[in-house]
Design a protein around this ligand. Sequence first.
Ligand code: ZN
Length: 271
Amino acid sequence: MSPRCAKALAGTGAAVTALLLAGCGEGARAPAVRTADHVANVTTIASRTASRRASPPPLPLSGRVITVDPGHNGGNFTHPQEIARPVYDGNGYKECDTTGTAAPDGYRETDFNWSVALDLRRLLRAAGARVVMTRHSNTGVGPCITERAAIGNRTHSNAAISIHADGGPPGGSGFAVLVPAPIPSGIDQSIIVPSRRLGEAMRTALLGIGLHTSTYDGVDGIAPRTDLGGLNLSRVPKVLVEVEAPMERAAYRERVAGALLQGLERFLGRR
Ligand code: ZN
C-alpha cells in the first residue's frame, strides 16, 4: 500500500471508502469498510422508519371517563313545580333541583355552569377523556339531583364534578369545594376518601389561577356536606365546586375550566 493510501485509510470512513474506490484497497479491506458504512446507513434508515411508525404517546386522560355536571338548568325557572318535587337524597328528602342563583346584573348561575362545563368538556376531550354530561342543553329542566348522581354511577366514571357558582352572603367571597361526608344511611362510603382527595386537587388548581378559598364556607376551601343528593348518592369520587364571581366574563370561565381540568388530572395522577 502506498503511504498516501495508508494515511488515508487511518481517516474517516467516508474518506477511506473514497480512496478504496479510487484503488487504494487491498482486496478484503474494501468490502469490510463498505460494510461498516452500509450498516450505519441501514441502521439510520431503520431508526427513522421506526420513529415514523411509532405510535404517539397516550394522551394524559386516555381511557378515563369523567362525568361533568353543570348545576341547575335554564328551564328550571319556568317549571317550579316539576323541580320542587321531593326526592330522596340519600340522607333525607330534598327538591329534585333548584334554579340556582344569579349575579346582581341578572347573569344566571345556570349560564355560568353551562359555559364552564362546555369549556371543560372540550379540554377533557383534548386530553383523551370520555366525557359524560348530566344535561345536554341549557334550556331544559333538571335532571333531578338523584339522576345527576346516577349518571356518574352508570358510566363508572373515574371522577365526577358538579359545577356551580355561589351567591354567598354580603361581603363573602372565595371558592369552596363541597365533598361528601359520612352519612348514617350507609350509602357507598368508600368514595369519601377519594372524593376528599379530588377536592384537595381542585383546591390546589383553583388557587393556582389566583382564586382564594371561601371566607364563609368550609375550612381552607373544603366543605364536607351530608345534605346534597348529588354527592350522597354517588358511588364514584365526586365533588361540587362552588366558584365565585365574576361569572359574566368568558375569559374567567375558561380559566376556571382550565383549573378544573388540572384538578382532575392531578387527582388521576397525571400531574
Ligand atoms: Zn348552584
